[in-house]
Design a protein around this ligand. Structure first.
Ligand SMILES: Nc1nc2c(ncn2[C@@H]2O[C@H](COP(=O)(O)OP(=O)(O)OP(=O)(O)O)[C@@H](O)[C@H]2O)c(=O)[nH]1
Ligand SMILES: [Mg+2]
Length: 225
């Protein structure tokens, strides 16, 4: 996973004109405030304190860029659902984030981090629908999976995969825990593939179907992965 290990802070953006030039490929982490975005990013890159983690929701209000070598960025987006934004605003997750998701051509894919105990809230669906028009892939990390038993976590994962895949074949999901450091390899493979890092055969259509909860009729009850 050497790609992620080279992560270093690059810059913060508060306004669209602060964003870096679109000369590199980037993957962004979005999700509700306190969902565990910054923690997931730190876990993925193997550095406990790269992105700022806080018990107080809504701490990451900027778009924070981390470079992976000279060609790629990981992007920590501001959390939504906590900041004082009008409840019925057209983009309830904020203007900066909404515009970023629609207009950023350097964005290769979106990682949506959701606390496994509050997955796919109305705000998450709003963001997904907003993002869907871009035609880009999305991978959901069901974070804090350590808060549920393995069986409970599996059940939520299967439901989430079914719901996502019923809306888009470009949407997938997995379990993740920064605390227990689980799900790192799977997340790394998906993001690495978006960066053009991993050979395509590791995510064949069959595997993708299984990951989305579709089971082979000839092997009933077989686990997706
Ligand atoms: N149990 C458990 N706690 C976690 C996990 N990931 C994050 N947390 C905790 O959840 C809280 C929020 O984590 P952050 O990573 O700061 O969340 P965030 O989504 O970046 O939050 P904002 O920047 O406010 O949008 C912190 O207290 C973390 O320690 C996890 O996998 N398991
Ligand atoms: Mg954060």
């Amino acid at each position: 996973m050497s790609l992620f290990r080279q992560a270093i802070f690059f810059k913060s953006a508060l306004e669209p004109w602060d964003l870096p030039a679109e000369s590199r490929c980037e993957v962004a982490f979005a999700g509700r405030s306190n969902a565990g975005k910054s923690s997931a990013l730190n876990t993925l890159v193997g550095q406990g304190r790269l992105a700022f983690v806080s018990k107080t929701p809504g701490r990451t209000q900027l778009i924070n860029y981390y470079s992976l070598g000279d060609d790629r960025f990981l992007v920590d987006l501001p959390g939504y659902g906590y900041a004082k934004i009008a409840k019925h605003a057209r983009k309830p997750w904020g203007r900066l984030l909404g515009d970023y998701l629609h207009t950023r051509s350097a964005l290769a894919g979106l990682v949506l981090v959701m606390d496994i105990r509050h997955a796919l809230t109305e705000l998450d669906w709003g963001l997904l629908e907003w993002f869907q028009v871009t035609g880009k892939p999305m991978h959901a990390l069901l974070s804090k999976a350590d808060k549920l038993s393995r069986a409970e976590a599996r059940k939520v994962l299967e439901e989430v995969r079914r719901e996502l895949f019923s809306r888009s074949p470009l949407w997938s999901a997995q379990l993740f825990s920064s605390l227990k450091r689980t799900g790192i390899e799977e997340a790394g493979e998906v993001i690495g593939a978006w960066f053009g890092e991993i050979p395509a055969q590791s995510r064949t259509p069959d595997k993708a179907r299984q990951q989305h909860g579709f089971r082979d009729k000839k092997a009933p009850g077989k686990r997706g992965d």
